[in-house]
Design a protein around this ligand. Structure first.
Ligand code: ARG
Length: 250
């Protein structure tokens, strides 16, 4: 009997008939479940066994303001929006660029930072889109970087499950460039002390937290909490500690 019940639940989830938790349900439970990747420094990453990063600290601060405990769930980037549709978490914060395509699947909160996709190469290597013809370009799967570089004529795109693996391919000489977030790129260039250079910004994007499509009550609370963190100085403090500047959209 128990088994039959379980498989029915699984079927409901697959059919998408399960409902996302509303704000009232989350508030009542006292804990909000947040999905992220945990492999995208300095936004969401592991430090030993500890999940940390700009977005992790920001989301923890938002939850604190909302009077909630946090349960973090980490999984590969590529499946995060699907996980949201399957109600594995209440919202996702994993540096998703707000794109029309993703907006068809989920609802985005107001952007929590503005950034772009930039080229990084070894010193003396390619620095702009026009240089990438016939060159191997390393990017993470499921990202706006992948969509961006696919539009560059002649670029040979090499796709990796993790952004950090794409960076490693560049460092190991298996790719001529890595295309990734401009702030991540700045950190990488700095850490490699003179070996690398950051080239052109290929595109700009607004990054937002996502909720299951139609979950308006949770979206409203997230937007209000973000606005409050941005006006109280909490956001600026976390941002400066990671980037030395305030990276909110201006
Ligand atoms: N901003 C890019 C995008 O929207 C990359 C996000 C990658 N995030 C991550 N947690 N790996 O696709």
């Amino acid at each position: 009997m128990k088994k039959a019940l379980l498989s029915l639940t699984a079927l409901c989830l697959l059919a998408g008939t399960a409902e996302a938790r509303t704000w009232a349900e989350i508030k009542k439970s006292g804990t909000i479940k947040i999905g992220t990747e945990g492999a995208f420094p300095p936004f969401n990453m592991m430090k030993g066994t500890q999940l940390t990063g700009f977005e992790v600290e920001l989301a923890n601060a938002l939850a604190k303001q909302l009077g909630l405990k946090v349960q973090w769930v980490t999984q590969p980037f590529d499946g995060l929006l699907l996980g949201l549709q399957q109600d594995r978490f209440d919202f996702v914060i994993a540096s998703h660029g707000i794109t029309p395509e993703r907006q068809r699947a989920v609802d985005f909160a107001n952007p929590h930072y503005c950034t772009g996709g930039a080229i990084v190469s070894m010193k003396g290597g390619p620095t702009k889109a026009a240089d990438l013809k016939g060159k191997i370009v390393a990017v993470q799967v499921g990202t706006t970087y992948l969509t961006g570089v696919q539009k560059i004529p002649g670029a040979k795109v090499l796709v990796f499950p993790k952004d950090t693996d794409a960076q490693t391919a560049l460092l190991a000489g298996k790719a001529a460039v890595w295309v990734g977030d401009k702030f991540t790129g700045l950190d990488l260039v700095k850490a490699q002390k003179g070996k690398l250079q950051q080239g052109a910004l290929l595109f700009t994007e607004k990054i937002g937290m996502a909720v299951k499509k139609g979950n308006t009550s949770v979206l409203k609370e997230l937007n209000a909490a973000l606005a409050k963190a941005q006006s109280s100085g909490t956001y600026a403090k976390i941002s400066r500690s990671y980037f030395g500047e305030d990276i909110r959209c201006k």
